[in-house]
Design a protein around this ligand. Sequence first.
Ligand SMILES: Cc1cc2nc3c(=O)[nH]c(=O)nc-3n(C[C@H](O)[C@H](O)[C@H](O)COP(=O)(O)O)c2cc1C
Length: 202
Amino acid sequence: MSYDSETLLVRKYTMKKRVLVCLTGASGAIYGVRLLRALKSNGHEVHLIVSKWGEETLKYETGIDVDILSKEADYVYDDYDLTSGPASGTFPIDAMVVIPCSMKTLAGIAHGYADNLIARAADCSLKERRKLILVPRESPLNLIQIKNMATVTEAGAIVIPASPAFWVKPKSIEELVDSIVERVMFHLDIIRDSAPQWSGET
Ligand SMILES: Cc1cc2nc3c(=O)[nH]c(=O)nc-3n(C[C@H](O)[C@H](O)[C@H](O)COP(=O)(O)O)c2cc1C
């Protein structure tokens, strides 16, 4: 049986993916919440880790308790539990996204300082050459943070700053947030029909 290139492309973009979604203590918990929901509503398997400060910002910014969000994921891990699956490179996930990604977690990943599950799982993603997407949020940036973004990029991660586009003419915060979520899904090889595309017309 042979596939034409269009069939292969459709297959690539519709294949069910197993994605490790991590929320850390940077502002912008809503990005993580909406990515989790978008992945689930598109039929993908979500593995979730929320750091201690991720829990705090999630509650403070969105009013959502981590236990409630956890119910929406397929599998949930404690950020302190380095015995759980994502701590090993053999754990079979397709991709990992840290969204939002704090400067502290970015620094840990950039320097291989894996003393919690999120940093260790990211370490594993890099060593196994799996897709790792970081969505950092900080402003302004100091040189250490800029260098850390360069370091993770050199190591193979994709940095998608939480810096939404306005050309999509968002009518709500959710639509604004989704312009970043769509970029993340695009890089996960998942495209939603609703994803905005620049037509070239002004
Ligand atoms: C309300 C609030 C907002 C924060 N916003 C940011 C932020 O936008 N970016 C950032 O790097 N850290 C931010 N922090 C600080 C991080 O939470 C802190 O560095 C923490 O140690 C990150 O740990 P984690 O990466 O393990 O979640 C914020 C903290 C709080 C309480």
